[in-house]
Design a protein around this ligand. Structure first.
Ligand SMILES: Nc1nc2c(c(=O)[nH]1)N[C@H]1C(S)=C(S)[C@@H](COP(=O)(O)O)O[C@H]1N2
Ligand SMILES: [Mo]
Length: 448
C-alpha cells in the first residue's frame, strides 16, 4: 500500500513491528512524496532491517519510469574506446559475476530538515536503503572495449526520457571510480532481477557514493576526455567546496560534484511513542567506504551521550545495526544518535549548509512520548490558507506532475519565483498576467 504524507502518522502508527526479522512482519507503507514522477520514502520503522526488502526500498525518479523490454534492450559502450561494443543482458552475464552489499542513499535525504528551507523533494530519513547487488564489474566491461589513455569521465545514460524541456538525467563517473573493482553494473537486487522502479534491467552501483551516480535503466556509456557539461552535473548535485553559513547562495561554479556519502545513523525504534520501562532501542548507521566504528545515543537532547552496541559487523558501504538499552521514564524525551566511521568522520550536531539540500547528516533530534497510553492522534490540521486557486494553475502546473510536488515545499516568495522560472524553462506555460497571482498563491499556501 502507498500512502501520502497526510495519512502517514495514522498508517504508520498501525504498523506492528517485531523486534527482528522484519521481513516476516506486515509490509510497511512507503510514503508518497510524489506519485509521478515517483518519489516514495521508507518510514523510520524500516531501519530495523540490515538488508532493506525491495518492497520497503525508497524510489526516486526525475521523470516517468520507463518500461524496458529485454528483447529491445542493449548496453552500448562508446566514445574513447578501442572497440565500441554493445551487450545484451545474456552477454553481460558471461563476465565474472560480482556481488556486494551497499547502501543506496539519495543526496537529498534529510532535505526537509534544512533551515532555511530549500526546494526539492522533502525527504526526511528514508530515501536510503541497503541491498545486495549482483552483476559485473564496470571495469571488466570497459576493459573489454579498451579505454583510451585520454579517458577522464564516463557518461551514463538511462532509458528514461525527460519531460518537456527538462534536461535529460545524465551523469558522469570519474574514471577512477568507474575502474574501481567495487563499481558494478547490476541486474539483481537482493537476489531477484531489478524491478522496473529500481532500474530494470541494469543499473550502476557506485558504492559509497550518493545515488545520483547510480544510473537506472542504463542503456549507454560514453568515455569522455573532458568534464561533461550537462545540467545534472554542472548545476544540480553539487556542494560547496568550503564551509558556508546557512542560507548562503553559492555559485554552482564554486561547488564540487556530490560524490561520497556522509556518515549517518537513524533510530528505528522507538518512534514517536512507547510504554515506560526498559526499551530496546534499535537502528542502523552507515557511511561511505569507511566502515562505521562507533554509535552514540543521547536520550536527553544531546546533553549526555552513551555508546550503543553493534549487532552486526563493520563493513564498508553497508548498514551496521546497533542497539541500546534505555530505561525510559514517563514524559517527553529527545532522542539522538550519532555515528563515527573508521576515518574519524562524525555526524555533526549542526548541519553543514548546502544550498540545494544535499548530504544532510546532522544528528537529528527525534521527540518521543513515553506514556502508559498512546497519545491521541493530532487533530487534522486546518487548511493553512483558503485562497482560491488562481486561474490557470492546473493548466500551467499539472501537466508533468500534480500538487504533491508543490504541497511538500515550504518556500518564500523569492524561492517560489525561482521554482516557477525553473519550471517555465522546462516547459511550463505560465501566462505573464497570471504569474503574480500564481506566486501569491504558492507563497501563501506553502510557506516556511
Ligand atoms: N536513469 C535514471 N537513473 C537514476 C535516477 C533517474 O531519475 N533516472 N534517479 C537517481 C536518483 S537521484 C536516485 S536517489 C536513485 C534512486 O534509486 P531507487 O529509485 O532505486 O531507490 O536513482 C538514481 N538513478
Ligand atoms: Mo537522489
Amino acid at each position: 500500500m502507498k500512502i501520502s504524507r497526510r495519512n502517514f502518522f495514522l498508517a504508520g502508527a498501525a504498523v506492528v513491528l517485531p523486534q527482528s526479522n522484519r521481513a516476516a512482519g506486515p509490509p510497511l507503507s512507503l510514503v508518497t512524496l510524489s506519485p509521478n514522477p515517483k518519489d516514495l520514502e521508507m518510514p523510520v520503522e524500516g531501519f530495523i532491517d540490515e538488508i532493506t526488502p525491495v518492497e520497503h526500498f525508497f524510489v526516486r525518479s526525475h521523470s516517468r519510469i520507463p518500461e524496458v523490454r529485454l528483447p529491445d534492450w542493449k548496453l552500448e559502450i562508446a566514445g574513447l574506446v578501442e572497440k565500441p561494443l554493445t551487450f545484451t543482458l545474456a552477454e553481460l552475464k558471461q563476465f565474472p559475476r560480482a556481488e556486494l552489499v551497499s547502501v543506496l542513499e539519495c543526496a537529498g535525504n534529510g532535505r526537509i530538515f534544512y533551515r532555511p528551507t530549500v526546494a526539492g523533494a522533502q525527504w526526511r530519513f528514508g530515501s536510503v536503503g541497503n541491498a545486495r547487488w549482483t552483476g559485473v564489474r564496470l571495469k571488466d566491461v570497459l576493459e573489454k572495449a579498451g579505454v583510451k589513455a585520454s579517458a577522464k569521465q564516463i557518461l551514463m545514460d538511462g532509458a528514461d526520457a525527460p519531460l518537456g524541456k527538462m534536461p535529460k538525467f545524465q551523469r558522469t563517473l570519474e574514471l577512477a571510480k568507474a575502474m574501481h573493482p567495487d563499481t558494478l553494473l547490476a541486474w539483481e537486487m537482493n537476489g531477484s532481477p531489478l524491478t522496473t522502479e529500481h532500474g530494470f534491467p541494469l543499473r550502476v552501483i557506485a558504492p559509497g557514493w550518493a545515488s545520483d551516480s547510480w544510473v537506472k535503466w542504463l542503456t549507454r556509456m560514453e568515455v569522455l576526455d573532458h568534464d561533461f557539461e550537462g545540467f545534472w552535473m554542472k548545476t544540480a548535485y553539487r556542494h560547496p567546496a568550503r564551509h558556508v553559513a546557512p542560507g548562503t547562495a553559492v555559485d554552482p561554479a564554486d561547488m564540487i560534484p556530490v560524490t561520497d556519502l556522509n556518515v549517518k545513523s537513524v533510530i528505528a525504534h522507538p518512534n514517536e511513542w512507547a510504554l515506560p520501562g526498559v526499551i530496546a532501542m534499535q537502528g542502523v548507521a552507515w557511511s561511505n567506504a569507511s566502515p562505521v566504528t562507533k554509535v552514540e545515543i543521547s536520550t536527553d537532547g544531546g546533553k549526555t551521550w552513551s555508546r550503543a552496541k553493534f549487532t552486526s559487523k563493520a563493513t564498508p558501504y553497508g548498514f551496521r545495526k546497533w542497539a541500546f538499552t534505555w530505561k525510559a521514564a514517563e514524559g517527553s524525551h529527545i532522542l539522538m544518535s550519532r555515528a563515527t566511521n573508521a576515518a574519524g568522520q562524525t555526524q555533526p550536531l549542526e548541519p553543514e549548509w548546502n544550498p540545494n539540500g544535499y548530504l544532510y547528516n546532522a544528528a537529528q533530534p527525534r521527540s518521543v512520548q513515553i506514556s502508559k497510553t498512546r497519545p491521541a492522534e493530532p487533530a487534522a490540521v486546518a487548511e493553512a490558507s483558503t485562497l482560491p486557486e488562481p486561474e490557470g494553475y492546473k493548466a500551467s502546473c499539472f501537466g508533468c506532475h500534480d500538487d504533491h510536488m508543490m504541497s511538500q515545499q515550504r518556500l518564500t516568495r523569492a524561492q517560489w519565483d525561482r521554482e516557477v522560472a525553473k519550471m517555465t524553462g522546462w516547459g511550463a506555460n505560465v501566462k505573464s498576467e497570471q504569474r503574480d497571482s500564481l506566486l501569491d498563491y504558492l507563497a501563501a499556501r506553502y510557506k516556511p
